[in-house]
Design a protein around this ligand. Structure first.
Ligand code: DGJ
Length: 753
């Protein structure tokens, strides 16, 4: 070999070494994070395999795959634990079952239209202008840009198009899906069901469904049941999200999944109007969740060229149990959904006057409460209902958004200034979508409420619902809110919504378009909030619907916090908050300390217990401070100052539910800060019987060799050694001395190594 040959072999060797080094670097980048975080196991991406017409989505721990089959349908292939693109080959429809279940029904489609003998739940159902009532969707083309994929499907005969959107959120383990239905025909098309997505789970015999139900003062009840053959429907027909059920689901394997182990498929819909999930198990063992606009009384006429966009449906998969499913959703909401994401501002400690004064809101009374609240360390003072119009009870005044001159003779400014002098910012209650018939607004515009002409208008809490689908009503609401916020230094609006719909008529619209009210109302509501926030970037909003009847990820895009329930009894709250955090982050979960006996159930719990329950979310006080004793004030000051040391961990940290209040009399939650420097544990004993001793609490998610300095809020921690290791906390566990009824404690662990 001559010198040139030696040099070129050397170059080739060096090049090989360089490639190896790059490869090693990439492997470290991809697989080392995988050891510490299940979410990072595969680079989140959407890959298109052109030859086979396959799309492979990698999202967190999950792989999701689908392709075009020989009939041209978009067929679902897989959703579950990670697999590589090489694991998928071409897509073939499934055989039918005798002459009864045709291949169109046994073959799981990504977005099935009702037609060609489909008996499973369709994603789309419509009537064409010529009376034909089927739609059979075939692949046309697609556009893939980074993490966004749009696939266009077309009816095999008509020019009806569906554009399916898929989005991966890198690092969040969430896949978003939605559909835009476009009328490319030259006539109107009437949509009767328009779903956001059909999610197909692997064929398996042992599925269990978790979902949330409730009613006023009893929201967020976690339900669990084995899925049998047939359809399980959870829904709202109320015009808003509702408290009867929440648009969240988790499905796992019976006997295999628990809080920290096993497969879970989960999702939530970003829509604040009527919605429906159909969870279907076919006799052949298939399982799917189809969700979107509720088809009940639904009708959306698309003019030629018009489209309807369905709400986003977010879903994920984990093999690490129900706790991890919640943590994925919490992180996703914090980093991608909430205003201010990826770092939504921390919630200040809040005082709200509702339970103290109800409608007796006036300047002197509110100033007295504000002074007492500020002495305790409260940072935000919120005036609730009763400050406007002739609002002396819930019979009148709603809709008349001028400051009541008898209660606030100089307007709101003197109170707001006083609140600022006391070092707090100011919040105000509004209920923009409603009107009392006994109001100037209703007397001037009786046609502004939703109604069926000639029929009675059913009242709820003596109020009617304004028809926000009307653009004039929308503009009116926007303009008074805009003025209110522009004229007063308001940091937070508490946006309430105290009833559901009746007589959802929109007589001013063409008869064929009147059912659009179900969609248009919510779109206009979103528009008002979005415009208000963009005109007043510092404004924050609390979402409330007589408690937690309008919490969903569509609302969470627009509000900074929510009011989960009017039930402030601390014991009930443990169950409510346990249910709430299955689906939503503690960051948004407002929790007040109120007076005893509690107004809802008459239960009296100690003030320490009430505080510690409220401190597991975003802390507020709702009691009548005029009546608090020195001892109660001392407890409050101590708790609030402790809360300020841990609130970033509670609101933005990683939540581990260590014990369920549903399953036992003892429950506990743990939070680990994002930087893993702080850990906080809360433990609650509801009622001790027969001297039963406390279980040892095993913490989770810590580094074994980390050392923590321990500070408990009281003397109920047995392991008072000053410093404890991660290994001790997780494997040995901590022991607590809780006794009797309604005992509780909190412990803070700060990492020293
Ligand atoms: C219902 C809310 O949930 C309460 O907190 C309070 O704001 C009342 N409405 C006021 O009417």
């Amino acid at each position: 070999m001559n010198a040139n040959g030696v040099a070129s072999s050397l170059r080739a060797l060096l090049e090989r070494l360089r490639l190896r080094a790059i490869l090693a670097f990439l492997l470290v980048q991809i697989f080392v994070p995988c050891l510490s975080s299940p979410l990072a196991c595969a680079a989140d991406s959407i890959v298109f395999v052109e030859k086979e017409k396959l799309w492979i989505v990698q999202s967190g721990e999950a792989t999701y795959a689908f392709g075009v089959n020989e009939r041209g349908e978009l067929q679902h292939l897989y959703w579950g634990k990670h697999m590589g693109a090489q694991d998928f080959t071409s897509t073939h429809s499934l055989p039918g079952w005798a002459s009864f279940d045709l291949s169109t029904t046994t073959t799981p489609q990504e977005y099935p239209g009702w037609g060609a003998g489909l008996y499973t739940e369709p994603a789309l159902k419509l009537t064409l202008a010529n009376g034909n009532r089927e739609v059979v969707l075939h692949y046309v083309d697609h556009k893939l840009e980074d993490n966004d994929l749009e696939i266009t499907l077309k009816d095999e005969i008509s020019a009806l198009y569906v554009h399916l959107h898929y989005r991966v959120y890198p690092g969040n383990g969430i896949l978003e899906r939605s559909a835009r239905i476009e009328n490319g025909t030259s006539d109107a098309v009437s949509l009767e069901s328009a779903q956001s997505a059909s999610w197909t789970l692997p064929q398996d015999g042992s599925y269990r469904l978790h979902y949330l139900t409730g009613r006023w003062a009893g929201e967020w009840q976690l339900q669990t049941e084995r899925l049998q053959v047939g359809k399980r429907v959870i829904e709202s027909r109320r015009g808003s999200t509702g408290n009867e059920a929440n648009p969240w689901f988790a499905i796992d394997h019976v006997d295999e999944t628990d809080e920290s182990h096993g497969p879970v498929w989960f999702g939530e819909l970003g829509w604040s109007g009527s919605w429906r999930f159909t969870i279907e198990r076919t006799p052949s063992g298939q399982c799917r969740v189809v969700g979107g606009f509720n088809p009940f009384d639904f009708g959306y006429r698309l003019a030629p060229g018009e489209s309807l966009q369905t709400p986003p449906f977010y879903a994920g998969f984990t093999d690490a149990g129900l706790g991890e499913a919640s943590r994925i959703l919490h992180r996703f909401q914090l980093e991608r959904i909430l205003p201010g994401s990826p770092h939504p501002p921390l919630r200040p400690v809040l005082y709200n006057s509702w339970e103290a004064t109800e409608f007796n809101t006036d300047e002197a009374g509110q100033m007295a409460l504000a002074e007492k609240a500020s002495r305790l360390g409260v940072e935000r003072f919120v005036v609730d209902d009763g400050w406007f119009g002739q609002r002396n009870n819930d019979h009148s005044g709603l809709g008349d958004w001028y400051v009541n001159p008898r209660k606030f003779p100089h307007g709101l400014k003197p109170l707001i200034e006083r609140v600022h002098q006391l070092g707090m910012d100011f919040g105000l209650w509004v209920e923009p979508e409603m009107v009392n018939p006994d109001s100037d607004l209703y007397r001037a515009h009786p046609d502004w409420v939703m109604n069926f002409p000639g029929r009675p208008r059913t009242e709820g809490r003596n109020q009617l619902v304004l028809n926000l689908a009307r653009d004039d009503v929308k503009e009116y609401i926007f303009s008074w809110l805009d003025r209110l916020v522009a004229d007063n230094d308001i940091a937070l609006l508490k946006w309430d919504y105290n009833r559901n719909w009746s007589e959802p008529g929109w007589p001013e619209a063409a008869p064929a378009d009147q059912k659009k009210i179900w969609v248009r109302y919510v779109q206009n509501l979103y528009d008002i909030i979005d415009r208000l926030r963009s005109r007043h970037p510092r404004l924050q909003i609390e979402g409330c619907s007589g408690g937690g009847a309008r919490v969903d990820s569509g609302m969470l895009r627009r509000v900074d916090q929510v009011w989960p329930s009017d039930n402030t009894d601390a014991l009930d709250r443990l169950t409510i908050q346990y249910g709430f955090t299955q689906a939503y982050t503690p960051h948004v979960m407002m929790a007040w300390v109120t007076d005893v006996p509690n107004g809802i159930d008459g239960r009296a719990t100690p003030i320490g217990f009430r505080f510690l329950v409220a401190m597991t979310g975003s802390l507020g006080i709702g009691g009548n401070l005029n009546k608090w004793t020195d001892d109660e004030n001392a407890v409050a000051s101590k708790m609030i100052s402790f809360y300020k040391q841990i609130r970033a961990t509670v609101q933005d940290g990683i939540l581990f539910r260590l014990g369920s209040p549903i399953e036992s009399d003892f429950s506990a939650v743990q939070y680990v800060s994002q930087d893993s420097h702080q850990v906080v544990v809360f433990a609650f004993l509801h009622s001790q019987q027969f001297g039963r001793s406390m279980p040892q609490l095993h913490l989770r998610g810590l580094a074994e060799d980390a050392m923590y300095s321990v500070s408990a809020i009281d003397d109920k921690l047995v392991d008072q050694t000053g410093k404890l290791s991660g290994a001790y906390l997780m494997h040995h566990g901590i022991r607590l001395r809780l006794r009797g009824d309604y005992d509780a404690t909190a412990i803070k662990f700060d990492r020293v190594r």
